[in-house]
Design a binder for this molecule. Structure first.
Ligand SMILES: Cc1cc2nc3c(=O)[nH]c(=O)nc-3n(C[C@H](O)[C@H](O)[C@H](O)COP(=O)(O)OP(=O)(O)OC[C@H]3O[C@@H](n4cnc5c(N)ncnc54)[C@H](O)[C@@H]3O)c2cc1C
Length: 478
């Protein structure tokens, strides 16, 4: 058998992470081969929402205009509902690093544009190989795949695993998948949707918290509607996601969907929100969902995949410059990822960890609802809250005393509004109070999950606090 050709980089997976990595590297003159088990264009179950951060990364990749030309209208505002009541209407904050709008584009077209962009930059693409494993040899890494009933081997100096949440490359470097907090989501497309108010609607409800239902609509009445929620091995799911989704459509969206038609089937997908043991190893790096890098607060992962691809590409360039593909050189990837996104990711993960305990679900919803009320009379605080949830503002600001002091309303009236209870809101307060009794009861009956949860929250909060203290001390040391 002839030896496989040796490429500079083999990228496994041609979603946003893989296509972006291929564009960045091939654009710098490297010989890049992208492998995907699917041929493109292909479906990918997603909310199809391209955040302001995603648009900024597309601009960096040189294909923002092509993507925007395919979309129908810029989305500038979002309505938030809690337990069926509209709580907050907000736009993306102005004067940040990002545009003040999001867009909607189905992944079939979006991912194809990104892949074409990688090819235009000089990358090669092979559709069909289902990658099964990776081994590291002297001088290269081998990627083993099955394709059309045959075994195939591909060789690269470096392998970038961008093969999504069930990543074979991640398993090949020793990670265990699906051992922490996961989110399961379902979505369907509709036409003829009557969307009053903002074209993005986010729904929090006690029956699918932590998680949310979404409606992302364009100007033509076409919408991607879905629902996803986080689950932890310690707190099993009360019911199948499909059943929760059907109830969500019937209850929250009855009016919006009257006269609408569903296009195609309801489809499901998953994301993972825990740190894998490794995001790099000798000759290997993982990007995007293969490294569980989606935002734990809102589930958005397209921009994170492109961003991590950028840092992995920089580490790969450093490895080629040094002629050293060991863990020591590729550790640059983790350093860049950590320094740019680590504190935000840890903050978002801490909030998700707190919220995942079903016993305090009503309390969390009450806090969110009161924050919504606090934003009503203060545009600055509204922009801050929307910015942190969407990740357009650094999420670590949500635990920074100085940033919170600056952001919180200074007007006493705004705070008084928080203390007023309107019709129907008392039920939420009562359930929130009861939730503490329930948490105590749950801790007595079955102490392990509650103790484990308490320990996890405390240790993550401590790690975040340590990081903040170190960050504050750093300029003083310099
Ligand atoms: C229901 C749902 C809704 C979401 N909504 C949004 C949203 O609105 N906005 C947002 O920003 N994010 C959203 N996300 C998250 C987002 O979809 C992911 O974070 C993003 O797709 C990650 O990109 P990726 O390139 O890392 O992986 P993927 O997009 O999953 O791409 C992986 C690629 O690898 C290929 N592959 C997989 N295994 C192999 C193998 N063994 N061999 C060869 N090829 C392989 C696949 O065919 C695929 O093309 C959503 C996720 C879900 C589940």
């Amino acid at each position: 058998m002839n030896a496989a050709a040796l490429h500079d980089v083999i990228v496994v997976g041609a979603g946003p992470g893989g296509a972006a990595a291929a564009s960045f590297l091939a654009g710098r003159g490297m010989d890049v081969l992208v492998l995907d088990k699917a041929d493109f264009p292909r479906e990918k179950v997603c909310g199809d929402g391209l955040t302001p951060q995603a648009i900024a990364w597309l601009d960096r990749l040189g294909c923002a205009e092509e993507v925007l030309a395919e979309t129908k209208g810029c989305i500038k505002a979002c309505d938030l509902y809690i337990n069926g009541r509209k709580t907050l209407s907000a736009g993306f904050p102005q004067r940040t690093l990002y545009p003040d709008f999001a867009v909607l584009l189905d992944r079939r077209r979006f991912d194809h544009i990104l892949l074409r962009n990688a090819l235009a930059n000089g990358a090669q693409f092979r559709a069909g190989p289902v990658v099964r494993g990776v081994s590291r040899e002297r001088g290269y890494a081998s990627v083993f795949a099955r394709s059309g009933g045959k075994s195939e081997e591909f060789r690269g100096r470096i392998v970038i695993g961008a093969d999504g949440v069930s990543s074979a490359v991640s398993r090949a470097i020793g990670n265990r998948l699906k051992t922490g907090v996961m989110a399961v989501s379902v979505r369907a497309y509709f036409t003829g949707v009557k969307c009053e108010g903002a074209p993005i609607k986010v729904y929090f409800d006690r029956s699918y918290f932590p998680g949310y239902g979404w409606l992302f609509a364009d100007e033509t009445g076409f919408a991607n509607i879905g629902l996803g929620y986080a689950l932890d091995p310690a707190f099993p799911l009360p019911e199948a996601p499909g059943a929760t989704f059907r109830r969500f459509l019937r209850r929250e969206l009855a009016e919006v969907l009257s006269g609408a038609e569903r296009l195609g089937a309801v489809a499901g997908g998953s994301s993972a929100f825990f740190r894998p043991d490794k995001i790099f190893d000798e000759r290997v790096m993982l990007v995007g969902d293969a490294a569980n890098q989606a935002d734990p607060l809102n589930g958005g992962g397209i921009h994170k995949a492109m961003e991590s691809a950028f840092y992995a590409a920089r580490a790969a360039e450093a490895a080629f410059a040094a002629g050293d593909f060991s863990r020591r050189t590729l550790a640059l990837y983790r350093r860049l990822w950590e320094s740019e996104t680590g504190a935000d990711w840890q903050t978002a993960e801490l909030f998700l960890t707190i919220a995942k305990n079903p016993a305090i679900r009503d309390f969390c919803l009450l806090v969110l609802e009161r924050i919504g009320r606090l934003t009503a009379g203060d545009a600055g605080f509204r922009a801050f809250a929307a910015g942190v949830f969407s990740g357009v503002l650094a999420q670590r600001l949500a635990v920074s005393p100085a940033a919170l002091r600056r952001a919180f309303p200074k007007d006493l009236g705004a705070w008084q509004a928080v203390l007023r209870w309107h019709e129907g809101e008392r039920g939420l307060a009562r359930r929130a109070a009861e939730s503490f009794t329930r948490a105590g009861g749950a801790a007595l009956c079955d102490p392990m999950p509650q103790l484990g949860w308490g320990f996890e929250v405390a240790s993550k909060a401590l790690r975040l606090a340590e990081r903040e203290v170190a960050a504050m001390a750093a300029p003083a040391r310099a």
